[in-house]
Design a protein around this ligand. Structure first.
Ligand code: ATP
Length: 156
């Protein structure tokens, strides 16, 4: 998660045409977590790419937290354009893009979220969202916590 934060931080325009802030919310103490780091990072990267793309002004939060010593919950939230409730299932279909003013101006294939969902499922989770049109969107998923040495250790 810190890798993604470090990678994106310099790319977020700061106070020019668009005003956007990227924040990292992680526990103070790190913990070992065994997972497939490559799949996890790919999925998070798709979510952060989308958060940047669909937020004109505002904030993006990325983070994770340990829950009940059983699962690790990952969250990517933005204060962007949001997703209407009626589209919440469609966006996980391949090549589906919501009709909105940002998609009218940008190109995209509508494949990012289905891939992210597939990766999260391979890791043992389910990608879900909460969204408030005009206010923002939060994508989140929880992965089973498997304790291990090191931080986000790769097992594949
Ligand atoms: P690409 O796969 O080429 O990045 P895309 O971003 O359109 O294209 P997906 O990542 O699959 O494709 O997203 C599908 C649709 O879901 C998007 O077209 C967009 O309408 C909506 N969407 C995804 N993330 C967000 C978000 N954070 N805020 C608002 N809308 C979003």
């Amino acid at each position: 998660m810190r890798d993604i934060y470090t990678r994106y931080k310099p790319l977020i325009p700061d106070g020019r045409q668009v005003k956007m802030q990227l924040n990292l919310d992680v526990p103070n103490s790190s913990f070992g977590f065994v997972t497939d780091r490559r799949l996890l990072m790919e999925a998070l990267q798709i979510l952060v790419d989308n958060a940047v793309k669909y937020t004109r002004n505002g904030e993006i939060h990325i983070g994770y937290e340990m829950r009940y010593n059983e699962e690790v919950k990952f969250t990517v939230s933005d204060t962007g354009i949001g997703i209407p409730k009626s589209e919440a299932e469609n966006i996980f279909s391949r090549f589906y893009r919501v009709k909105n003013e940002i998609n009218d101006m940008t190109s995209g294939s509508g494949i990012g979220l289905p891939i992210a969902q597939h990766y999260v499922q391979l890791l043992g989770g389910e990608l879900k969202l909460k969204s408030d049109p005009g206010k923002g969107t939060t994508f989140f998923f929880s992965l089973p916590f498997k304790e291990g040495q090191g931080y986000l250790r790769v097992v594949s």
